[in-house]
Write a protein that binds this ligand. Structure first.
Ligand code: NAP
Ligand code: GDD
Length: 351
C-alpha cells in the first residue's frame, strides 16, 4: 500500500518531534521543515532522523513560513496528503518583545500555507491542521472553554493565533478546503522549550540542588494553566485530520493548577523543605528550611522578579474536551503529577 505523506512545519519543536514519531509509527512518509540556524538544532529529532541516502522515511527541508515562495515550492515538491502547521514563535512572554515578528510567523505564516494550498491543490485533497491555542480564549468569561466559548486574547501571540484560527475556518468555508484547528491547552514534556515555566522550573531546581545555581527567578505565581502531556496531545492532532469533515476541537485535560502549585510540586518531589514569605514590595520568595544536598538552610531558592511579569496576563485557563472525547475518541491519560515526575526524572538523568 502506498504510504501517506505528511508535511510538518515546525518539526524541530516539542510537538514536531512527538508527532513525527507518531506518524512514523503509523507508517507515514514524513517531510519536515527546519529553519536555517547558525548552529544546527535538530536535537529533538536526531534519534529518528535517518540518512536520506539509505532508506528514508523522514526527509528534512530548509524552510521558513515567512517566505511564501519557499512554502509554495515545498508543498509543490512534496505533494503531501496532510500538512501540520506547528511553526510559530510560541512564547507568549517573548511575543510582547517581538510583536511584529510573531504576527509574521503566527498569523501570516498560516495564510501563506493556506494560499499555497488554495493555488496548488485544485482538487482540495490535502488536509491542513492548524496549531491553535487556548491563548485565543485569553481572559474570556466562558470557563471552562470549549469550541463555542468567546475569544479574548491578551497578548500579541494570542492575537496572532486568533487570526490563524479564523483564516483557517474562513478558507474551509470559502474554498471547501479540509482545514481544521486543534485548540490545544498547555502541554509539556521532557522536550519542552527551556524558557517555558515547567521546564524552566525543573531545570533550575535540579541545578540548585546540585549547587550549580543559587536561586530560581520567576514572574506571576498565581496564573492557572491546564497542563497535559505533549505525547498524548499530538495524537489528537492526527485524529483531528482523520475525521470525514474538517472541524475544530479543544484538546485539554479539564484540570488546572497555579504556577505556585507547579513550583511546590517540583520542590516536594526533590525533597526540598521550604517556606514561602513576602518581601516589603510584596514579592514572594521561598526559603529552604533545612540543608539538602548542596542547598543550605535559609537559602532563597525561588524568588519573584519583576522582569518576568508580562505586560498582560491570562489568569485562568481550563478546557472542556468533551467534543474531542465524543467525536475523536480522545482523552488524556497522563495526569499533572505523572507529567511533572517524568520531566524531573528526565532532567536528573540529563544532568
Ligand atoms: P516549539 O517547541 O516552540 O516549536 C515551534 C516550531 O516552530 C519549531 O520547530 C520552530 O523552529 C518552528 N518555527 C518557528 N518560527 C518559524 C518560522 N518562521 N518558520 C518555520 N518554522 C518556524 O512549540 P511547540 O510547543 O512544539 O508547539 C507547537 C505549535 O503548537 C506552536 O505553533 C505553538 O504555538 C502551538 N501550541 C503549543 C502549545 C503548547 O503548550 N506547547 C499549546 C497550544 C498551541 P526552531 O526549532 O528553529 O525554533
Ligand atoms: N515562561 C515563563 N517564565 N512563565 C512564567 C514565569 C517565567 O519565568 N514566571 C511565571 N510564569 C507564568 C506565565 O506568566 C504564565 O502565566 C505561566 O507561567 C505559563 O507560562 P508559559 O509556560 O510560558 O506558558 P504560556 O501559558 O504562556 O503559553 C504556553 O501555552 C499556550 C497554550 O495555552 C505556550 O506553549 C504557548 O505556545 C501556548 O499556546
Amino acid at each position: 500500500m502506498k504510504k501517506k505523506i505528511a508535511l510538518i512545519f515546525g518539526i524541530t519543536g516539542q510537538d514536531g518531534s512527538y508527532l513525527t514519531e507518531f506518524l512514523l509509527s503509523k507508517n507515514y512518509f514524513v517531510y519536515g521543515v527546519k529553519r536555517r540556524t547558525s548552529l544546527i538544532h535538530t536535537t529533538r529529532i536526531d534519534h529518528i532522523y535517518q540518512d536520506r541516502h539509505s532508506k528514508p522515511n523522514l526527509i528534512l527541508k530548509y524552510g521558513d513560513v515567512t517566505d511564501f515562495s519557499n512554502v509554495f515550492k515545498i508543498i509543490n515538491d512534496t505533494k503531501p496528503n496532510e500538512i501540520y502547521n506547528l511553526a510559530a514563535q510560541s512564547n507568549v512572554g517573548v511575543s510582547f518583545e517581538l510583536a511584529e515578528y510573531t504576527a509574521q510567523t503566527d498569523s501570516i505564516g498560516t495564510l501563506r500555507i493556506l494560499e499555497a494550498l488554495r493555488i496548488l491543490d485544485k482538487k482540495k485533497k490535502i488536509k491542513f491542521y492548524q496549531a491553535s491555542t487556548s491563548e485565543i480564549f485569553g481572559n474570556s468569561p466562558d470557563k471552562p472553554y470549549n469550541e463555542k466559548s468567546r475569544f479574548a486574547p491578551v497578548s500579541p501571540y494570542g492575537t496572532a493565533k486568533l487570526y490563524s484560527y479564523w483564516i483557517t475556518k474562513n478558507y474551509r468555508e470559502a474554498y471547501s478546503m479540509y482545514a481544521a484547528n486543534g485548540i490545544l491547552f498547555n502541554h509539556e514534556s521532557p522536550r519542552r522549550g527551556e524558557n517555558f515555566i515547567s521546564r524552566k522550573t525543573i531545570i533550575a531546581l535540579v541545578k540548585i540542588l546540585k549547587g550549580k545555581q543559587k536561586t530560581l527567578y520567576l514572574g506571576n505565581l498565581h496564573s492557572k494553566r491546564d497542563w497535559g502531556h505533549a505525547k498524548e496531545f499530538v495524537e489528537a492532532q492526527w485524529k483531528i485530520l482523520q475525521q470525514k469533515k474538517a472541524d475544530d476541537f479543544v484538546i485539554a485535560t479539564g484540570k488546572n493548577y497555579s504556577v505556585k502549585d507547579l513550583v511546590n510540586l517540583v520542590l516536594k518531589k526533590l525533597n526540598i523543605k521550604f517556606l514561602w514569605k513576602k518581601d516589603k514590595k510584596g514579592l514572594e520568595y521561598a526559603v529552604a528550611l533545612s540543608n539538602v544536598e548542596k542547598i543550605k538552610k535559609s537559602q532563597v531558592i525561588v524568588k519573584q522578579d519583576q522582569s518576568y511579569f508580562r505586560p498582560n496576563e491570562v489568569h485562568d485557563l481550563v478546557g472542556d474536551y468533551s467534543k474531542a472525547k465524543k467525536k475523536l475518541g480522545w482523552k488524556p491519560n497522563i495526569n499533572f503529577d505523572q507529567l511533572i515526575t517524568e520531566m524531573i526524572q528526565s532532567e536528573i538523568k540529563n544532568y
